[in-house]
Every structure is written in structure tokens, then in C-alpha cells.
Design a protein around this ligand. Structure first.
Ligand SMILES: Nc1ncnc2c1ncn2[C@@H]1O[C@H](COP(=O)(O)OP(=O)(O)OP(=O)(O)O)[C@@H](O)[C@H]1O
Ligand SMILES: [Mg+2]
Length: 245
């Protein structure tokens, strides 16, 4: 079964200067229990696509099914996790208080809630900093909290917008191990990243978009082709695409 199905998805933003197509005729399918890397240059439409998949932005046309449900479904939202590109935290809460806030939104309570919060804070290496206000967190620490909060409801499908951004090499290695552990538990992970070496490490499949259109899609090996690295293939594909348009 597919965890994610996207068919002919379009998003057009309208402004005073006219209509701007940001996502154009995007279609892909992602297997349950796999890790999908969604790649593309700045402004390609990755965040917009993720926002449509988690129900925060409305498609102009096309269809999205997550575990066979529409992103509009409240029932579905209980079963997915989302880490936004720039997590807008309440800066005067501590990390632990913020996790309690997120847990409350999902209706967790009692021992379950506290156990889960402590386990997640340990998982992302923030347990020692749990009582520090978020405004005192470093960039990487805030990023780790963003990852922890996305997992509070033990989601089946997890959407992460640049989860590895801002992490040091050790933090990236730990975050990748966490993602692989989640995959082992049968979770489906959809994430954006500009760090293609990491994508090579953990993704089963990748999709590359440029200017809202899918330009490559398949296993890492398929997309990499004869290039030495995924990054080299990415640069060549985008340049070729732009030369032809
Ligand atoms: N709310 C909005 N209104 C109008 N235009 C928008 C809006 N959000 C995004 N855009 C435009 O849509 C395009 C795609 O933006 P998006 O944030 O999806 O890119 P991205 O692939 O996530 O880029 P990055 O790698 O820099 O995060 C950009 O041209 C951006 O200016
Ligand atoms: Mg983005």
C-alpha cells in the first residue's frame, strides 16, 4: 500500500503582479515504511508541497492522499507528524514545557505523556537542556526540538522540512540514525534536504523538483545514474532542465 499518493498537483499563488505557478502537475507515490527525499533548488516548491500534504495550504488542483485520506481529514492529522521549515516556538517556554504544550494538543495525559516527552527529549539529545528557555537554545538545539515535537503523537507518516539543516555532523548522524530507527518501526518519512550526502545515506527514493515540476524520480541509484554522487547528478539535471527552458 502507498502511504502517500500525489496526483497532478498544482498550486498557483496570485498576487498583484499576476499568477505564479509554484507547483506544476506533480505526481508521485511513496511506499509505506520507506524514506523519501524531496530535493530541489531554493524556491522550487518543496515547502509549498509539504504544506499541502499536511493540510496547511490548499492545492489549486490535483489530489493528495495520505494513508488513503485527504489532508483535510482531522482523523488523518492525528496520525501524521510535521516539522516545519522554521519552527515558530514560544521562546519563553522551556523545551519541556513546549513538548507538554504539543502533547496537550494531541490529548496525551498522565504518565504516558511524561514518559513520551522524556524519551523524545533524550532521543534528540535535549534532555539536559529541557528546563532551559527556548530563546536560549542554539540553532541546532531548536532544530532538535522541532524534530522531537513532530514525533509526539507517534505518527505513522512523518513530514520533515529540512530536518538536518543547522545540525553539526554528530547531530546529523544522530538524526539520521533516528530516522532509520523510525523506518524500522514501519513509519513512512518524507523529508526535504539540501544535504545530498545525507539523502544518499538514508533514502529509498528521491524526487527532484525545479520550478515546481518533477525533473527526476526514482531510487537514489536510478536518479544518480552514472554520476559519482547524487549531488553531481542533481546539479547536472537542474542545469540541463534550465538550458532546455
Ligand atoms: N504564501 C505565499 N505566497 C506567494 N508566494 C509564495 C508563498 N509561499 C511561497 N511562495 C513562492 O513559492 C515559491 C516556492 O517556495 P517554497 O517555499 O515552496 O520553496 P522551497 O523549494 O521550499 O525553497 P527553499 O529550498 O528555499 O526552502 C517561491 O517562489 C516563493 O516565493
Ligand atoms: Mg523550503
Amino acid at each position: 500500500m502507498y502511504a502517500i499518493e500525489v496526483n497532478n498537483l498544482n498550486k498557483i499563488y496570485t498576487s498583484l503582479s499576476g499568477e505564479m505557478p509554484v507547483v506544476q502537475d506533480l505526481s508521485f507515490k511513496i511506499d509505506t515504511g520507506s524514506v523519501f527525499g524531496f530535493l530541489g533548488p531554493n524556491g522550487a516548491g518543496k515547502t509549498t508541497t509539504i504544506k499541502m500534504m499536511v493540510g496547511l495550504a490548499m492545492p489549486t488542483s490535483g489530489e493528495i492522499k495520505i494513508m488513503d485520506e485527504s489532508p483535510k481529514s482531522i482523523n488523518l492529522r492525528r496520525r501524521i507528524g510535521f516539522m516545519p521549515e522554521n519552527s515558530a516556538f514560544y521562546l519563553y517556554l522551556t523545551g519541556k514545557e513546549f513538548m507538554q504544550f504539543v502533547a496537550d494538543i494531541f490529548g496525551l495525559s498522565g504518565q504516558d505523556k511524561n514518559k513520551r516527552i522524556d524519551a523524545l527529549l533524550k532521543e534528540v539529545n535535549l534532555y539536559d537542556a529541557r528546563n532551559l528557555q527556548i530563546r536560549k537554545y542554539s540553532k541546532g538545539m531548536a532544530q532538535r526540538l522541532g524534530l522531537a515535537q513532530a514525533l509526539i503523537n507517534d505518527p505513522e507518516v512523518i513530514f520533515l522540512d529540512e530536518p538536518l539543516d543547522g545540525l553539526d555532523p554528530l547531530g546529523r548522524a544522530e538524526a539520521k540514525e533516528l530516522l532509520l530507527k523510525l523506518k524500522k518501526q514501519g513509519k513512512t518519512i518524507f523529508f526535504n534536504s539540501h544535504i545530498l550526502a545525507d539523502v544518499e545515506d538514508i533514502c529509498d527514493q528521491v524526487g527532484i523538483i525545479d520550478k515546481g515540476r518533477l525533473v527526476a524520480y526514482g531510487s537514489v541509484q536510478e536518479v544518480q545514474g552514472d554520476f559519482d554522487t547524487l549531488e553531481a547528478a542533481f546539479v547536472a539535471l537542474i542545469r540541463k532542465q534550465r538550458a532546455n527552458n
